[in-house]
Write a protein of this length. Structure first.
Length: 277
């Protein structure tokens, strides 16, 4: 996979997507590394960029969101069937809610993958959010003509994902997989800038302060084992306290996944590395 891969773009719009932060992130990626690990896969902007540059030898991509992982497994293993299913979907109000109400347990892998891609392309503001029962609950989006099936990009993504280890698993398992010389990128649900700015509903289990502390411990342990890691998060006093002593850079990023237009704009974030360059 170290050869230059097809120029695939992220398939999904995802809260906290890193498309606007790629330049800053790439500045902290080691020039060479073994396997690439991303335990909070999300939209995968950094992975797809590194693959396009021919810098991925092997990769381990994971997330605890099973619906998200279904998309990547579907593209890797049965992209033709995913595309065939997507072609049947249509941008209509009542149809959207009928698809949203489907039980994923009753669907095949390509049907599940196509359903999530469809909902992502047509839901309000491209959000992914689950209720306490683990059900997708974002309302219909009022787009004029959304691109539901971007076949060229889906096929490019499938080519990049071929041979990649993709699994639904917690971030802590990276300690069982990563080897010295590997590189890990952590893009967790962010620490909220304020009580009303909290958006960790991508999974019903949420991601609170105790989870952030466990992540910091994993981050530090990887460094002790000779595994380089990079992490992005909100620039909050809590995160700065957690990562005191690690190299840290403040960056400003435009964010648009917000229910109120006035709540969107540039916000401060941090990029942290566990070993000096």
């Amino acid at each position: 996979m170290a050869t230059v891969a097809p120029n695939a773009r992220p398939v999904l719009k995802w809260a906290g997507g890193k498309g606007k932060l790629l330049r800053e992130l790439l500045a902290h990626v080691p020039a060479t590394f073994g396997a690439y690990h991303e335990p909070f896969m999300g939209g995968g902007a950094l992975f797809f960029e590194l693959a396009a540059q021919g810098r991925i030898k092997s990769a381990y991509l994971s997330d605890i969101n099973a619906s998200l992982i279904d998309v990547y497994l579907g593209l890797r293993d049965c992209v033709d069937d995913v595309i065939a299913n997507l072609r049947h979907h249509r941008h209509e109000h009542d149809y959207y809610y009928a698809v949203r109400a489907l039980n994923p347990a009753d669907l095949s892998l390509p049907e599940r993958a196509a359903r999530i891609i469809y909902l992502n392309k047509t839901c309000y503001n491209g959000l992914y959010r689950e209720n306490r029962a683990g059900q997708f609950n974002v309302p219909f989006g009022r787009y004029a003509n959304p691109t539901i099936c971007d076949e060229p990009n889906l096929r490019a993504a499938a080519a990049v994902l071929r041979g990649v280890d993709i699994a639904c698993r917690p971030f802590t398992t990276v300690l069982d997989i990563a080897q010295p010389g590997d590189f890990v990128y952590f893009d967790p649900p962010y620490d909220p800038l304020s009580p009303t700015a909290n958006f960790t509903g991508y999974d019903r289990r949420g991601f609170g302060p105790d989870d952030q502390r466990r992540l910091r411990d994993v981050f530090a342990e990887l460094g002790r084992r000779g595994v380089r890691a990079m992490l992005s998060n909100s620039d909050t006093p809590f995160i700065r306290e957690l990562y005191a002593g690690f190299p840290l850079e403040q960056v400003f990023v435009g964010r648009v996944v917000n229910s109120k237009v006035e709540g969107r704009g540039k916000v401060a974030e941090v990029i942290v590395v566990n070993l000096p360059a």
